[in-house]
Ligand binder design. Structure first.
Ligand code: GLY
Length: 577
């Protein structure tokens, strides 16, 4: 089924292996005209929902990133997959996927290398390419990032980014300035990501270059709540980590509000975007009855994530990850603060200055210096910390502190604890991040599969893509049936294009064949100009799914089609009006 779908995708100009004239390279796919239009519409719908409607911003960063960024982010150490090589044919395989195929384990990605090696041996796993037994072969880590040398000298190492996220997170200081240091705010990127997959598979589902749509939602963990009311009643099917080991795990239906109140999804921002994600996937043609959110257990969590729920769609019996919704907490900003010279905190000004009292410790350094020598700064630090938390201790003759694993008594004659008034104008805040991260190609794939339908019309079998009008590659096809309506048809096409419709024009073959061609690529409406048109200056509008038809005056078509596209009317209603 999957292979025949890929063949169909090739025929319809949806997607196909790139560079096939030269034999192609596994994991590199091109979109044809139909697929490009669909993907562009999916991206536009994502921007509309996750950027515009949320009041977020978008940025566009280079896809080549210097090594220092990935050293800081942890990707250099932690962005690996498990690989095993066949001793007979030398084919390399994703070792965890072989384990998943040979056992009941649904997610083997989080298992350590030794466990994977043991499972390959105990389950007698064979090389999928040649059948040789793989027991005893070492399982290693394989770095998924494509390395490149930047510049002619080749001495500056860089990587093609494996996620857009990092090139948003590293620019946080500038983005915060743009947001006038005011939380919460979100910044998205839609762009290419690259992963040198060991075993690319399933065409655009697991490829080596792909399009990601990722939002970094920055918020104050101690203050900012999401606008939960907007999605509080949205029902999401959840598969919490503690149920995933069950051989037949059931999802549990929660409203977003319940998931927050019961503490099932934390923090609330993560639950909020689960609701937004479910609404959006529905809008772009993913069947939400075949959608679940699966929680990662600790072993599966990416190195930067504190929690993660994958939005997974069932396609031909296989659960495919369409998006990962991760709580990255302050992991990335803390790492960049530590590794770079930039400031990754916000300074939040108070509405009014706040007065407070501060404990101050005056230390007689002249008296303590000879005793402690170069340990004095560490002793002073320990004394100041003690004064801050326990000033009463300094009323005794001596005070005790721990310095570098040693307990030290200090005579309080040389120490004076006092309080002083200070005025604070604001405070430093290290934002936390929740990240909805979508694989655009996978969303396209799931929407294509879920909208693919076969039925019989007028006694003839047809295939159609029941894509929502919002993402269909073409909005409307204009079909003149006779030479004497050709000019009118051309003028209509121009008018519709000026009104922002994507229009196809088809004047060849029988009307039945023309309808089938448009049904196959998901065009929601066809407009047929026929022998009556010269007399009534009207055309027949036909609905792809119901095949209902209505006669509409040519002059009224742009407005009528806009109402259909925007869901304000159906073809049957047009007929009655
Ligand atoms: N940024 C999320 C991911 O790389 O999957």
């Amino acid at each position: 089924m999957v292979d025949s779908f890929h063949a169909l995708a090739k025929r319809r100009g949806l997607y196909f292996p790139a560079n096939e004239s030269y034999g192609g390279v596994a994991g590199l796919y091109a979109y044809g005209p139909t697929g490009t239009a669909l993907k562009r519409n999916v991206e536009a719908a994502w921007r509309d929902r996750f950027v515009s409607r949320e009041g977020n911003a978008e940025m566009d960063a280079p896809t080549i990133v210097p090594e220092a960024v990935f050293e800081a982010s942890g990707h250099l150490d932690g962005f690996d997959d498990a690989i095993v090589a066949c001793p007979e044919c030398s084919a390399r395989h994703r070792a965890d996927h072989l384990v998943e195929d040979a056992t009941d384990i649904e997610e083997a990605e989080g298992l350590d290398l030794v466990t994977i090696e043991d499972l390959i041996a105990s389950r007698d796993v064979a090389c999928p390419a040649c059948g040789q037994r793989l027991a005893g072969q070492p399982v290693d880590s394989f770095d998924l990032m494509f390395e490149t040398a930047i510049g002619p000298s080749g001495d500056q190492s860089g990587y093609l980014r494996p996620e857009t996220a990092q090139s948003t997170l590293v620019e946080f200081p500038r983005l915060a300035e743009y947001a006038r240091n005011s939380l919460p705010f979100g910044v998205a990127q839609v762009g290419r990501g690259y992963r040198n997959e060991i075993s690319p598979r399933n065409a655009i589902v697991r490829s080596r270059e792909f399009t990601m749509a990722e939002l970094q939602q920055f918020f104050d963990p101690d203050g900012d709540d999401p606008p939960l009311d907007r999605v509080a009643d949205v029902t999401v099917q959840l598969l919490p980590a503690d149920r995933a080991d069950d051989p037949n795990p059931d999802t549990v239906a929660y409203t977003v509000r319940q998931a927050v109140d019961d503490g099932v999804v934390r923090p609330a921002w993560l639950a909020y975007y689960l609701g937004v994600t479910r609404q959006w996937l529905d809008r772009v043609g993913v069947d939400v009855d075949r959608l679940r959110f699966r929680e990662h257990d600790d072993a599966e969590l990416a190195h930067y994530a504190t929690a993660c729920w994958d939005a997974e769609a069932c396609v031909d019996g296989e659960w495919i990850e369409l998006a990962g919704l991760a709580y990255r907490a302050d992991y990335d900003l803390a790492r960049h603060a530590e590794h770079s010279d930039a400031d990754y905190d916000l300074f939040r000004e108070y509405d009014r200055p706040r007065e407070r009292e501060r404990t101050v410790l005056d230390v007689g350094r002249g008296a303590l210096g000879p005793r402690f020598g170069n340990r004095l700064p560490a002793v002073v630090d320990a004394l100041e910390a003690r004064a801050d938390r326990d000033p009463a201790a300094f009323e005794e003759d001596t005070v005790t502190v721990d310095v570098e694993s040693e307990t030290v008594d200090v005579d309080t004659d040389h120490l004076e604890v006092r309080t002083e008034a200070v005025t604070d104008h604001g405070e430093r805040v290290r934002p936390h991040v929740v990240e909805p991260a979508f694989g655009v190609d996978r969303v396209v794939y799931a929407a294509l599969h879920h909208s693919h339908a076969e039925d019989v019309v007028d006694g003839e079998a047809r295939t159609r893509l029941a894509l929502p009008a919002a993402v269909a590659p073409t909005d409307v096809a204009v079909l003149p049936l006779r030479a004497d309506v050709a000019d009118r048809a051309r003028r209509l096409v121009d008018r519709l294009r000026r009104a922002d419709f994507e229009v196809a024009f088809d004047d060849s073959g029988s009307i039945g064949r023309r309808y089938r061609r448009q049904d196959e690529v998901g065009t929601p409406y066809c407009v047929t100009l026929d022998k009556q048109t010269p007399a009534d200056d009207a055309a027949t509008v036909r609905d792809r799914d119901s095949t209902a038809q209505a006669r509409v005056a040519l002059a009224d078509l742009p407005e009528a089609l806009a109402r259909l596209r925007d869901g304000e009317a159906t073809v049957a209603e047009l007929r009655r009006s």
